[in-house]
Design a protein around this ligand. Structure first.
Ligand code: UDP
Length: 484
């Protein structure tokens, strides 16, 4: 009788998802987009941030107003276990994660069990990059759990294949002269993968490097989850998704998330006027560059941005700067205040040329910039969000990957998708100049064909009946079932 009563009460529960991102700008941004998509689909969402990250978010973005439109949405916070005055810089990511492993797990359990996180939590979506402890906890408490990865499927597949690569003798990498060696043991990538294209965390020179074990353990956790969400689409990474599904059958490719959300918001009559753009947690967005772009000819500007984490040496800064100026093209360059650590004196002729045909900005409204008619190319670090935003906007890329998934993303851009040029591991003013001219002039028509087609496929995937649209519907169906 008691069981019957319990199951009847449970049947009435509306599904509520707790979304728990890794506390870093790119990760929170993507998961906020997922949260909004789910809210639009009528799912109740609790977005769980660390206290520190949430304070940053409130400082720069009006997210609480943005989400106030959704009655079932709530923000909650949790401690990462570090003192308030800790820098939590990019270099200390491992320290933050280790602290969360120790401190956050018991607090999260207490929040779930005591009802602080609302006692109607029916499903947890965690960032699969770090939350092994949340997976253990969900299994222990019998709550369905789904992993979300913010990087490309081709990167995740490399991570899944670490053991195969080692068994085939692909790792370790023996110095710089070994970087062009082919890696033929990753299914689906046999013909074009070199050591220098591997995601940076597995480019090790020593098999006892702890990163290898950590990557393999973290990635394999996703096989224990009830599903895996990826920010990609079938026409872009279908062959790799096929391989991932042999290990994680319930893999939902629902991207590009920013385009998916934009379309769903536009179709949602109740809140169609809300501006849609990336939430910037760390930097003030300077929109003046859009006015500058307005006065430039169509497709004449190369946009340069290396994302939120990349740093440049003084030497690299000068090589890019000279290359850009010598290309004689107009350029819009995002130079974050924290991007170059060393003091740099800029020669007068560079400053003069920059005033003539360049525009520098600390942080740009990137989606709008890439969608602007004056932009004809993107010099990028190949971060996954930047890559997807460029694909949707139909802008060809010159890729200068920095770390993480970027080396494999840039290989795909250059070699597989033919959406641009992979400049990887080179930073030389003559090459920068040549590649800009190749992209914007010599090979412009060739890239225009491939970028226009891929942009069309990206938009199609998130439109009614498209693959990401359907995959998202299946995800929502699954989440709804967790409430029954
Ligand atoms: N971005 C932005 N303005 C800028 C530079 C970047 O809004 O001036 C955004 C960009 O649109 C993307 C994100 O920051 O959504 C960068 O993410 P990505 O995955 O490309 O790189 P990461 O910053 O994680 O290295």
């Amino acid at each position: 009788m008691e069981n019957q009563l319990k199951s009847e009460v449970q049947q009435e529960r509306p599904p509520r998802v707790v979304i728990f991102p890794l506390p870093a700008q790119g990760h929170v941004n993507s998961m906020l987009k997922l949260a909004e998509l789910l809210s639009l689909a009528g799912i109740n969402v609790t977005f769980l941030n660390t206290d520190h990250l949430h304070n940053l978010l409130l400082r720069h973005a009006d997210v609480e107003t943005q989400f106030a439109a959704y009655p079932g949405f709530e923000f909650k916070t949790i401690s990462d276990g570090l003192p308030d005055d800790h820098s939590r810089s990019t270099d200390s990511v491992m320290e933050v994660l280790n602290s969360m492993n120790v401190t956050t797990k018991p607090v999260l359990k207490e929040m779930l069990v005591s009802g602080v996180l609302s006692n109607s939590v029916t499903c947890i979506i965690v960032d699969g990059a770090f939350t092994g402890f949340a997976t253990d906890l969900a299994i222990e408490l019998d709550i369905p759990i789904i992993h979300f990865r913010t990087v490309s499927a081709c990167c995740i597949w490399n991570h899944f294949c670490v053991d195969r690569i080692i068994e085939a003798g692909g790792l370790p990498i023996r110095g710089k002269e070994d970087m062009d060696r082919e890696i033929t043991s990753v299914p689906g990538m046999e013909c074009f993968l070199r050591c220098r294209d591997l995601p940076s965390f597995i480019q090790v020179s020593d098999l006892s490097d702890p990163k290898l074990d950590q990557i393999a353990r973290t990635t394999n956790q996703s096989c224990r989850a009830n599903g895996l969400i990826l920010n990609t689409f079938e026409d872009l990474e279908g062959p790799i998704l096929f391989h991932i599904r042999t290990l994680c059958p319930k893999t939902y490719a629902i991207g590009p998330l920013h385009a998916h959300l934009k379309l769903k918001l536009a179709n949602n009559k109740t809140d169609s006027k809300r501006p849609v753009s990336s939430t910037s947690i760390l930097f003030e967005v300077d929109t003046n560059c859009l006015n500058w772009l307005d006065s430039q000819p169509p497709k004449s500007v190369i946009y340069v941005s290396f994302g939120s984490i990349t740093t440049l040496t003084r030497n690299a800064l000068m090589e890019f700067w000279h290359g850009l100026v010598n290309s004689n093209k107009r350029f819009l360059w995002v130079l974050r205040p924290d991007m170059v650590a060393e003091d740099t004196e800029v020669p007068a002729e560079l400053m003069a040329a920059t005033r003539e045909r360049g525009y520098m900005v600390g942080w740009a409204p990137q989606e709008e910039v890439l969608g602007h008619h004056a932009v004809g190319g993107f010099l990028t670090h190949s971060g996954w969000n930047s890559t997807l935003e460029s694909i949707v906007a139909g802008v060809p890329m010159i890729c200068w990957p920095y770390f993480a998934d970027q080396p494999i993303n840039s290989r795909y851009v250059g070699e597989v998708w033919k959406l641009g040029i992979d400049m990887k591991d080179v930073c030389d003013r003559k090459i920068v100049e040549k590649m800009i001219n190749d992209l914007m002039v010599e090979r412009r028509e060739e890239f225009e064909r491939s970028t226009v087609e891929m942009a069309r496929l990206a938009t199609e995937s998130v439109s009614l009946g498209g693959s990401s649209y359907r995959n998202f519907d299946q995800l929502v169906d699954y989440i709804r079932q967790t409430g029954r």
